[in-house]
Ligand binder design. Structure first.
Ligand code: PLP
Length: 413
């Protein structure tokens, strides 16, 4: 048999204007590429991990000792957090889009008994789990949370903070309050909000577990580290019950980041081969966010999202999202059904917008790390050009004038 050897792989530069991954800062890429060849027990790698842990506490706004990164993507951090859920545990999970839907599936897999899992291995429906489905395009609100948690009184409750599939912000304050009032242990998917919204997790005492991802608001590279943070209450529960994982064990994973038996130690202890490259990139991404400041970054996202929202609305689109890193929109009625065609045409030209991944089909345009008038103007111009190519009447000069007005008003304020 002759082996097929392909030419070296070249991946072109694109404008990543989707829900994530974001456009990685060149300084983060440089930190990754310039890290020396070092093993995971080398002193600077270990120091870097301890420093990342401390910077992460500032980013999450927490005193939680168990705050660190889980190697992998967002779902790796979520898997680690959700590992506290054991077969037969009672859970109420609120879902309102693609990602909380997948989290709901993970929860059903973990809470299922052997018999329930064998009955539907890829899609179990354990009796102990209640999935509360909120329609796409709507937020999970206080009334929905109160009704479900008061009725079911579960051990665990789960919600996404920002549901990226539909672009909706859910009521975190209500979730925390009602968890406290009903005794549920709250778990939050903060994949899309960390590094974008200005919030401190210690202000939400009903939530005991938090998980995020490397490549959205944190703006590190995918497959580096997914930030997690666990309260002492959560860790006490895992210490008591155990969990079915070595790799994504919330207590064992913390050891390499210098957290042993609830205390900070100066260097981690070996149990996995961590990557000096990933540590260097993660360290730089955290530094850059903290230098800019959480509040300033959140304000900048709000300003630029508003500019993009107004521009696509002027083009006749209807925005149904309320996150500040992303707009989710319906095309003008005459173009309904052509969303995927438009997205494909844009992607073919290196303009990386996205459709929704579950029904209904909508268009998603993200602004991760695109926080300037020039960048938003570029995104709007490319989108407007693609709409014109579909046959939409587009007055590009008027749209650009609208953007100019938005930004000069912001400067004057
Ligand atoms: C992107 C996303 C995920 C999945 O993150 P990956 O890094 O792709 O594994 C999970 N939840 C939410 C809310 C997300 O936006």
């Amino acid at each position: 048999m002759t082996a097929v050897i392909f030419p070296p792989l070249t991946i072109p530069e694109t404008l990543a204007a989707g829900p994530g991954p974001g456009n990685t800062d060149p300084r983060v890429l440089a930190a990754f590429a310039n890290a020396g060849l070092a093993d995971h027990m080398q002193a600077d790698v270990l120091r870097g991990m301890v420093e990342c842990k401390e910077m992460l506490r500032a980013l999450w706004g927490t005193k939680n000792t168990y705050t660190y990164g889980v190697g992998g993507t967002g779902f790796s951090g979520l898997d680690c957090m959700l590992n506290a859920i054991l077969p037969g545990d009672t859970v109420v999970a609120f879902t309102n889009g693609t990602f909380s839907g997948i989290d709901g599936l993970t929860i059903r897999m973990k809470a299922a008994t052997r018999e329930e899992l064998a009955a539907a291995p890829m899609n179990p429906t354990p009796a102990s789990v209640t999935i509360v489905t909120v329609p796409h395009g709507k937020s999970v609100d206080r009334a929905t949370i109160e009704t479900a948690l008061k009725q079911h009184k579960p051990k665990w409750a789960f919600m996404a903070h920002w549901e990226t599939g539909s672009g909706r912000v859910n009521d975190l304050r209500a979730f925390s309050d009602v968890c406290l009032a009903t005794g549920a242990l709250g778990l939050i998917d903060a994949v899309s909000s960390l590094g974008i919204a200005d919030f401190s997790i210690d202000d939400y005492p009903g939530v005991v577990g938090w998980a995020s991802c490397p490549q959205k608001g944190v703006l590190c590279l995918p497959l580096t580290y997914a930030p997690v943070s666990f309260t002492d209450r959560y860790i006490a529960e895992v210490a008591k019950t155990g969990c079915h994982s070595y790799v994504h064990h919330p207590i064992l994973e913390a050891r390499h980041w210098g957290v042993v038996e609830g205390k900070d130690v100066t260097a981690g202890s070996y149990h996995r081969t961590h990557s000096g490259y990933a540590v260097a990139a993660f360290h730089e991404a955290l530094r850059l966010t903290l230098i800019l400041g959480r509040a300033a970054k959140a304000a900048s996202y709000a300003l630029h999202e508003k500019a993009l929202r107004d521009a696509v609305t002027a083009l006749g689109c209807e925005v149904t999202s309320n996150m500040t890193s992303l707009v989710v929109l319906n095309l003008p009625p005459a173009f309904t059904g052509r969303e995927k065609e438009l997205v494909q045409a844009c992607r073919a030209q290196g303009f990386g917008i996205w459709p929704t991944l579950s029904e209904p089909v909508q268009v998603r345009i993200g602004i991760l790390n695109q926080l300037s008038q020039a960048a938003i103007t570029e995104i709007v111009t490319r989108f407007a050009t693609a709409m014109a190519a579909l046959g939409a009447p587009v007055d590009l000069a008027a749209v650009k004038a609208g953007l100019d007005k938005h930004y000069s008003a912001a400067k004057a304020a």
